[in-house]
Design a protein around this ligand. Sequence first.
Ligand code: XMP
Length: 505
Amino acid sequence: MILVVDFGGQYNQLIARRIRDLNVYCEVVPYSKALEAIKEKKPSGIVFTGGPNSVYEEGAPSIEKEIFELGIPILGLCYGMQLMSHVLGGEVKASTEREFGKTVLNISDNKIFDGIEQDSTVWMSHVDKVVELPKGFKTIAKTDNTENAAIANDEKKLYGFQFHPEVNHSEFGTEMLKNFVVNVVGEKQDWTMANYKTTLISSIREKVGDGKVLLALSGGVDSSVAAALLSEAVGENLTCILVDHGLMRKNEALEVEEAFKDSGMNFIRVDAEERFLKRLEGVTDPEDKRKAIGEEFIRVFEDEGKKIGSVDFLAQGTIYPDIIESGLGDAAVIKSHHNVGGLPSVVDFKDIVEPLRMLFKDEVRQLGRELGLKDYLVNRQPFPGPGLGIRVIGEVTKEKLDLLRDADAIFREEIAKAGLDSDINQYFAVLTNNRTVGVMGDFRTYDYTLALRAVKTTDFMTADWSRIPYEVLDKVSVRIVNEVKHINRIVYDITSKPPATIEWE
Ligand code: XMP
C-alpha cells in the first residue's frame, strides 16, 4: 500500500483517489500520526501532500527525520517537497512572486518522468521555494519561475514536486504519480474494490467486535451501501432505522421500505414527521436548519436505540466530500452536513462508525455493486441528509413540503421520460421563499417561485449546470404550474459550483 501523509489543505484526498484509480491501495493519515502509521502499516511508498503553511513558521507541521531513514520511497508534493528539503538540510525561502496556475514544466531524464513530454503543463500554487537542495539531491525539472520545480535523490528514492500532479490541470499528473507508484515503488497495480470491500469488512469487525450497531438508513446511495457493508460485517448485530422525517421526496419512504424490508437485516421505519416539523418551526437560517435536523436525527436514534436495548455504535454513510466540506482540519466550513458537522456533543453511543469516509461518490457506487446492491439503489442520485428541509427556503412547513414534493416529482418524471437521467448527476426542485404576481385565467395570483436545479459532476465538489433542452424545461414548467397549486413561476438555476453550491442551503 501507499500511505499519503496529510499536511492540511482542501484536496489532499484527491491524491489518494488518483492512486486508487491506478489499482494501488492507498490510505491517508494526518502528519502527526505518520511515523506511528508507517511502522504499523508498513507502506511500500509514501506521498507527502501540500499544505497551507511555510516550513519555517513557528508551529508549522513537521515530520520526524527518522521517516527518511526507513528506506521507503517518498514523493513530496509542494509543502511536502519543501518540508522534505528543510528536514534533510536544504533551504526553503519565500519567493517575491506567488506562482499560481498553469505553468510549463521542462523535465530532465528520470524514471519518474517516463513517457512524459519534455515540456508540459503543470498546476502550481506556491509562494515558498526550495533554493538549496539537500545533500544527494539533484534538480530534475524547472519552470520559468522555479529553478527547482522537481528534485530527486534516486539512490534513496526520494522525490519532490513543487507542482500538483493530482489536479486535472497537470497534463501528465496521473502518469507522474503512476511512475512513482509503479517505477519507483514497484507496486503491482492489482488492488480492486473487491479487495477494499474485504479490508473494510475486517476493519469494521475489529472495531465493533460483538457490539450492537445502529445505522441511519435514508435509502440514498451512501447509507444503502453502508447498510449492505455493515450487514455483511456484523450480521444481525446491525439494526437499520429509516427515519421518515417528513422531509423525503414523494413516496420515497415507502420505496426504501420496499427495497430493504425483505433483505434480511433488522429494519425499522420510524414516522417522525411531526417531531421534525415541530423542531423546525420558526427556523429559517440554513445552518440552523441543518443543525436542528441533524440534532433531531440523533435524538430519534437515541430513542429508538433505547427501545432496541443497548446500542454501542452509531453507523453513518458519511463520504469524503461531506467531511471535507464540513471543514476537516484546516479546510473552511462551507456547510454543516448533518451527518458530520451537525452532530450534537452528547451522544448516547460509544462511538461512530463511518466506513465510507475515505471514498468519493463514484467509488461508493462501485463498492455498492461489489456488495450486490440493486442498480436501482446504487444509481440513485444523491439526496442530502437534511432532505427537503434545505430545499424549502425559509421556514419549513408541511404545506410547502407537499408543494415541493409534487413539483419535484414532475421534474424527475420528465427528466426520466426525456432519457436524460443517466446524463445529469443530480436534479431537483427548490421552493424559493419568493412570491410573485401572476395571472391564471382571468385572475391575479400571488404565489411561489419554484427553481429547478440540475448539474453535471463527477465528484460533487465542483459541478456544472446542466444544459437541459428548452423543450424539456418547457414541458416541466407547463406541467408544474398547471398541476401544482400555489406555484406560478419557474426559474432554472444556471450557476456552476463554485461559486454556487449544488443545494441552495
Ligand atoms: P453542495 O450543496 O454542498 O452539495 O454543493 C454537494 C453534494 O452533497 C449533498 N449534500 C449533502 N449530503 N448531507 C448529505 O449527506 C448533507 O447535509 C448534505 N448537504 C448537501 C448535495 O445534495 C450534493 O450532492
